[in-house]
Design a binder for this molecule. Structure first.
Ligand code: BGC
Length: 360
């Protein structure tokens, strides 16, 4: 790990030297800043998707403006809890854009990079596969063209830094593109970002989600480079939204009117989930892509029994179709784990990992 950090650090310095000599108008596609890693032995995207298997999001930590500001600091013991509960992977949302220079060359702060290294290391050391992303780059959603170069430069640095990491580290290009980052613009940006990543990581598996907040409904708009087979397609699932987001302040005041919505697992409710997942499965078959359900969860304002039923149903819907998944999230408002008491919420853990040894 230390070697990797030193190597990563050196490549960052090298990168900064080259970029500081170049003008801002340089076409970044033409700058090959690092040697590509040897990844010929890497498993294919379907195998890596199986490795991701059952996962959980370490949400509300590294994607807060600063870690801790949303109430959660990741500590090493959490990774022990996660592996012992039977999860196979963690998705780590990361707000890189809050920890990098605003101006060219957009260097990522060294201390933040080290913190991310630490958390990734804790997970990999325990044989948890890891997905990292760029999360909450809100300015990119508002002004995509103005932030395009910075977004790509972030990926250039992240990809170079982690290029020697094992294949169990997966990059997800961007969480939930939305607003002015329209499906058409996203189809262009994802190709650009993938090209940057491929300069240093020729075979690492990259997860790519859909526009319009990552929903399955936007799969029809998604255009992936046909010749790159090391891609996992990722979708998020929060339907029925009035159930999963009842009382969620960030959605708006109308969410309070949804309080009390239950999910009873009626034939009709179940059929709606089935039909959504069938549509994803059909898309996956037609496009020959593995699927990862990167987020699904119901906020703690819903009643426990409904949350358990819905979570179990969606988890089964994923597994029946060989989709890997990551529950949203570990220890905050949707939390399967209660950091206050240091215990899992059994009804949620049961829904996620029915035979978990951590269930009391
Ligand atoms: C967002 C979170 C939000 C969750 C559910 C995630 O993608 O990053 O802030 O809590 O979706 O709405």
């Amino acid at each position: 790990m230390l070697n990797k950090m030193i190597f990563g650090g050196l490549s960052m310095i090298f990168l900064s030297m080259i970029l500081s000599c170049s003008s801002q108008s340089v076409d970044i596609h033409d700058i090959v800043v690092v040697e590509p890693a040897d990844q010929d032995h890497f498993s294919d995207a379907f195998e890596i998707n199986q490795t991701l298997g059952r996962g959980i999001n370490l949400g509300n930590a590294l994607e807060a403006p600063n870690e801790g500001e949303w109430g959660l600091m990741i500590n090493e013991a959490y990774l022990d809890e996660i592996i012992q509960a039977g999860f196979e992977s963690v998705r780590i949302p990361i707000r890189w854009n809050a920890h990098a220079l605003e101006m060219f060359p957009y260097s990522i702060h060294e201390s933040f990079l080290e913190r991310v290294d630490e958390v990734i290391g804790w997970a990999l050391d325990r044989d948890l596969a890891v997905m990292i992303n760029i999360h909450h780059y809100n300015e990119l959603m508002e002004q995509p063209q103005d932030h395009r170069d910075r977004f790509l430069k972030l990926w250039e640095q992240i990809a170079a830094h982690y290029k020697e990491y094992p294949e169990e580290l997966v990059f997800e290009i961007l969480n939930e593109p939305h607003d002015n980052l329209t499906p058409d613009i996203w189809n262009i940006f994802l190709v650009d970002a993938l090209a940057i990543i491929r300069q240093s990581n020729p075979k690492r598996v990259v997860a790519i989600g859909t526009a319009n907040w990552g929903g399955f409904g936007s799969l029809q708009d998604l255009e992936l480079p046909a010749n790159d087979r090391q891609i996992i397609t990722t979708v998020h699932y929060y339907d029925p939204f009035h159930f999963t987001h009842q009382g969620a302040s960030w959605v708006g005041s109308e969410a309070d009117q949804w309080l009390g919505t239950t999910w009873d697992g009626t034939d009709q409710e179940s059929a709606e989930v089935d039909s959504d997942f069938d549509a994803v499965e059909e898309w996956a078959r037609n496009h020959d892509r593995p699927i990862h359900v990167g987020e699904f969860g119901a906020f703690s304002t819903a009643d426990d029994l409904s949350r358990e039923r819905w979570t179990a149903y969606v988890r089964e819907a994923s597994e029946n179709r060989q989709f890997s998944w990551a529950y949203w999230e570990f220890g905050s408002g949707f939390g399967a784990y209660d950091p206050g008491t240091g215990t899992w919420r059994d009804y949620l853990l049961r829904a996620l990992i029915p035979d978990s040894p951590a269930i009391e």
